[in-house]
Design a protein around this ligand. Structure first.
Ligand code: PXP
Length: 399
């Protein structure tokens, strides 16, 4: 279906994923039974350009979010004889879409998808300005299409993998045997977790070798071993064979993993580790900040997954800062997904911050630890896992 997307240079600032929007538009056209030989053009502009179009063609002041121009609208009727089928043009202001995305707590791409849907329905003859009943009719159709798009999510329901390091932190506080992270993992699985994550640190401050060995034997879902790319831990991973590993930067003095890997700076050594794991049949995830260069390098050196660091989003102070961090994650997840990487996310997520991330359709798994273990101290682990799972499931049902 010939869909042509074009961008005003100003749109570069927003890191729009054109492949993702193209795919969604094609799905929408199919759902609307538009024939495959029909052309549609979508132009993404800034507020200045849409304001001019709004004044010139609709005699309305100020910028708007979307304008639709059906082909041959108001033009010579002989144009209908043109053999190529043209649906028309949709023009979207990315500036306005960005403001609305933040207002409605959506990702920019989610908002742009809504605007494309709205614009497309106008091209197909729907009009919410003609009467109340037509407005309802158009709104219903919009909902129906967005629902269908949701069911063609890039990934199925977001998975929840639980990091049980902090059960071990409590155990290590007394140097004894309780509580046991292996028992915790079993409870998490019974409550519905899709996987268990543990970080075997060089200093063994929480998870110890015995935990990883026993978890390998007892876990029924998936064991993700988080680790620094150092020789000793690599040898352990190759012997234990977790279902996947997540490589993280590890510093002795840090309280927790502080930032993502600098994949570009450690390209050679990370590529070597990935290759070793590949030969052993262990997929590798690289824990990275939401950054285009890191994603590109991760793909170049053969990572199967990237895990996008959500820490800055969770720690952001004030709505504006948090919205900005969220948009970075959303765009990076889209970019990684389009490159063929599988996408996870995690760090610092809690019962307030998880829903927005779980709603991103390119992220297949979240890795969450501290918030769940902290809540478990009051509610029990089973309840804490189920509460988080409910948030993840509800959010990933949303478009
Ligand atoms: N992902 C990675 C790579 C991590 O290092 C951690 C912390 O161990 C997590 C996810 C989980 O973070 P939190 O415990 O803050 O949920």
């Amino acid at each position: 279906m010939p869909v042509n997307l074009s961008f005003h240079p100003h749109c570069q600032d927003f890191r729009i994923n054109s492949c993702l929007l193209h795919r969604r538009t094609t799905t929408l056209l199919r759902e609307c039974r538009v024939t495959t030989d029909t052309n549609l053009s979508i132009r993404f502009v800034d507020d200045t350009e849409i304001q001019w179009l709004n004044e010139h063609y609709r005699h309305k002041n100020g910028p708007t979010n979307v304008l639709s121009f059906p082909f041959a609208d108001g033009a010579d009727s002989s144009l209908s004889q043109v053999p190529i089928k043209e649906l028309g043009d949709i023009v979207i202001s990315v500036d306005t879409a960005w403001r609305e995305a933040n207002e409605f707590k959506q990702s920019l791409h989610e908002r742009l998808t809504w605007l494309i849907t709205h614009g497309l329905l106008h091209l197909l003859g729907y009009d919410h300005e003609r009467s109340e009943s037509e407005a309802i009719h158009m709104q219903d159709k919009e909902q129906e299409l967005l629902h269908k798009l949701h069911h063609s999510r890039s990934t199925a329901m977001t998975h929840l993998a639980i990091n049980v390091d902090h059960i071990a932190t409590i155990r290590q506080a007394r140097g004894g045997i309780e509580p046991d992270p292996v028992a915790a993992a079993a409870i998490c699985e019974m409550a519905g977790a899709s996987g268990i994550v543990v970080h075997l640190r060089e200093d063994r401050r929480h998870i110890i070798d015995r935990d990883v060995r026993l978890l390998r034997e007892t876990i029924k879902t998936k064991l993700n071993l988080e680790m620094g790319a150092n020789k000793e831990i690599i040898t352990i991973a190759l012997a234990i064979k977790p279902d996947m590993i997540t490589l993280v930067p590890e510093k002795r003095q840090e309280l927790t993993t502080e930032g993502g890997l600098d994949v570009a700076a450690q390209k050679k050594s990370l590529a070597k580790t990935i290759d070793k794991m590949r030969k052993a049949g262990i997929p590798v995830s690289l824990f990275i900040d939401p950054d285009s260069q890191q994603i590109k390098t991760a793909q170049e050196i053969g990572a199967t997954f990237v895990e996008i660091h959500t820490g800055r989003y969770c720690d952001a102070v004030g709505e504006k800062a948090r919205d900005q961090e969220f948009q970075l994650i959303a765009t990076s997840a889209d970019e990684a997904y389009q490159m063929g990487l599988r996408v996870c996310a995690g760090h610092g997520l809690n019962y307030q911050t998880t829903a927005r991330i779980a709603g991103l359709d390119t992220i297949e798994e979240l890795s969450i630890g501290h918030a769940i273990i902290a809540r478990a101290a009051f509610t029990g682990l089973d309840r804490a896992v189920r509460d988080m799972l409910a948030i993840v499931q509800k959010a990933s049902k949303r478009y």
